[in-house]
Design a binder for this molecule. Sequence first.
Ligand SMILES: [Zn+2]
Length: 238
Amino acid sequence: MFYLSQKKITRLEFLKIFGVSGASLLLPGLLPNGLSARAQNGHSVKEDIIPVTTLIKPDAISLRSGDNFGSTVVFPDGYDITDVNVSSVRCEGATVVDNILRPKDRSIIFLYNIGDLRDNLPGGYSVEFTINGQLNDGTPFEGSDTVAVLCASQGVIYHTSTRKRKSCNACKSHAVNKIFASRELADINRAHRGCNCGIVKEEINWQYYISAFGQTSKASATVYDKRWGWPPQLPMGA
Ligand SMILES: [Zn+2]
């Protein structure tokens, strides 16, 4: 669990995390396959905004650590990354403290400091981070990825919602009682096949969050049913 260490992550270590070796920096080539594949997930596309595929590292960010974190942003075909106005780039309030341009991949690695993230950023095992910025001509670009965020004051949970819908009792009960650690989990664990309820996110007290989902590992509980007790029982010793 390198992400919990107190050690500052250096620029070079970051490059390794993103799969960039010293040699490939000298001779920029294609992005590692794993990175391209993962970067396809979860970016949001809006009209007139250039959609960029985004991957944030490390996978878990402790808000108390003061470390750096990074994002790789890959532009679609036809864009020249030297047109990017780096000073316009923000990731949940954080400005860029360092960047590495990789023109042949149309990608840029931006580094940020965790201490620069917005104050009210919620925590949880699946927190959506959006990166946005502009080209020098003002054209906006945007992409997002989800990461785990630890040591927050609120936690993000996801659940289905029957608001403004005619719903069966199974969906109503499910929406009121079952909360999930990620949007994907809420989607695959619906009340019944064919359920088309919306999925919404909500912030809950961090103590409730870690009581429901566990504190230390992404592999701990991913669903909590409020009928098991609400607020959840605090862990022993908390
Ligand atoms: Zn439903």
